[in-house]
Design a protein around this ligand. Structure first.
Ligand code: ADP
Ligand code: MG
Length: 362
């Protein structure tokens, strides 16, 4: 939002023309006067933004506009006084949270400026005083501008970064020191943003998806493990309708043979295969085209309903939050500035920063 405002001010001052390339329709709507829609190297439609959005002529344009994610999640009963209490408040207490953080603080060691830095490290605090509860079968959305500490929070939630404060998973202490606790480690799995770099190019589909079984169920026979890999693939919508030899072929393929959306399905299958309770999703659809994004979000919604999964969903996209989240925390400069149910935070934001974020997201 800030960058666009800056561009708009230059544009006004200098009469500058801007050619903006993006897959973000909200940005086009907010910023552009005219729009060109491209598909497979061809311009399929162009015109004034208002016209194209109101009366899309080409089927691909219609599909793009239609790709806004739709909310289709199991809603919980309204919490006591949810409508009435429209004020910032402590995280929801009472229910048995699957993940709970209190006063979570994560710092990175950084060199001190000047020659002091040769001898000692300073600390940059990337997350400070974070409290949140993740409820069973629900999604906690984490929103904030880039650099606000979202990914740091995710890595701490995965037990991969040292932190101070309290973090519990299913009521048990969680963190780096608990990593050897395999049964707890299985509970929390991850899907990263970029499916092009998060899957090893040297491993086959079977190796990628089955990797967690080697750690968590080493006693499985190869045939049993293969069956589990196939189940996980079918669960994420890959290999449907294939016969036995096609499925065997699928298992031996490499990530580069798949599109971004399919790769993200593989990443989700890899997380699901060990039957986790919690998925940490760090910008899981930001690297995907909008039409694919919608499909992956639908998949995540179905998996949540079918498996009762809890998602810690990090995103900077308000539409994704609207479609997915039950509760929301808003981060700025490493701190949670606002939290509450998604309904509350999205419809009646208290903090100015939240209002700015919502406005920037269209
Ligand atoms: P977000 O995911 O919200 O964009 P991050 O959690 O990646 O934010 O980063 C939060 C802050 O911590 C940023 O200022 C970033 O520069 C800093 N940071 C992230 N990783 C490191 C690191 N390994 N060492 C030092 N600073 C870091
Ligand atoms: Mg990040």
């Amino acid at each position: 939002g800030q960058i666009l405002d800056l561009l708009a001010s230059f544009q006004k001052k200098n009469g500058m023309a801007v050619l903006m390339i993006t897959h973000d329709l909200n940005l086009v709507r907010r910023f552009a006067d005219r729009v060109i829609v491209m598909e497979n190297g061809h311009i399929v439609e162009q015109g004034a933004v208002a016209d194209v959005f109101a009366h899309p002529q080409h089927s691909y344009t219609r599909r793009l506009i239609d790709s806004k994610p739709v909310r289709d999640v199991a809603e919980r009963a309204p919490l006591a006084g949810e409508q009435a209490v429209m004020q910032a408040r402590a995280p929801l207490a009472g229910e048995q949270a699957v993940m709970q953080a209190r006063a979570l603080r994560v710092g990175y060691a950084i060199p001190l400026p000047g020659f002091k830095g040769w001898f000692r490290h300073g600390e940059f605090v990337a997350v400070q005083g974070a409290d949140f509860d993740l409820q069973p079968g629900q999604t906690l959305g984490v929103m904030g501008e880039s650099g606000s500490g979202k990914s740091t929070l995710a890595l701490a939630a995965l037990g991969l970064l040292p932190f101070s404060g309290e973090l519990q998973v299913t009521g048990q202490a969680w963190g780096i020191s608990a990593l050897s606790n395999k049964s707890l480690r299985r509970v929390v799995q991850v899907v990263f943003q970029d499916p092009f770099s998060s899957l090893s190019p040297r491993l086959t589909v079977e190796e990628i998806v089955g990797e967690g079984l080697l750690v968590h169920e080493p006693g499985l026979l190869p045939a049993q493990a293969r069956l589990r890999v196939l189940q996980a693939l079918l669960d994420v919508g890959m290999g449907l309708g294939m016969d036995e030899s096609q499925l065997a072929g699928l298992l031996q393929r490499y990530p580069h043979e798949f599109s971004g959306g399919q790769r993200q399905r593989l990443a989700i299958a890899r997380a699901l295969i060990v039957n986790p309770l919690i998925l940490v999703l760090d910008e899981p659809t930001s690297a995907l085209d909008v039409t694919i994004q919608k499909q992956v979000l639908q998949l995540l919604q179905r998996l949540q309903r079918e498996h009762g999964l809890s998602y810690l969903l990090i995103t900077h996209d308000v539409d994704v939050i609207r479609a997915m989240a039950h509760d929301v925390v808003i981060m700025k400069d490493g701190k949670i500035v606002e939290s509450g149910s998604a309904v509350q935070v999205l419809t009646a934001p208290m903090h100015d920063y939240t209002k700015t974020l919502l406005a920037a997201g269209g």
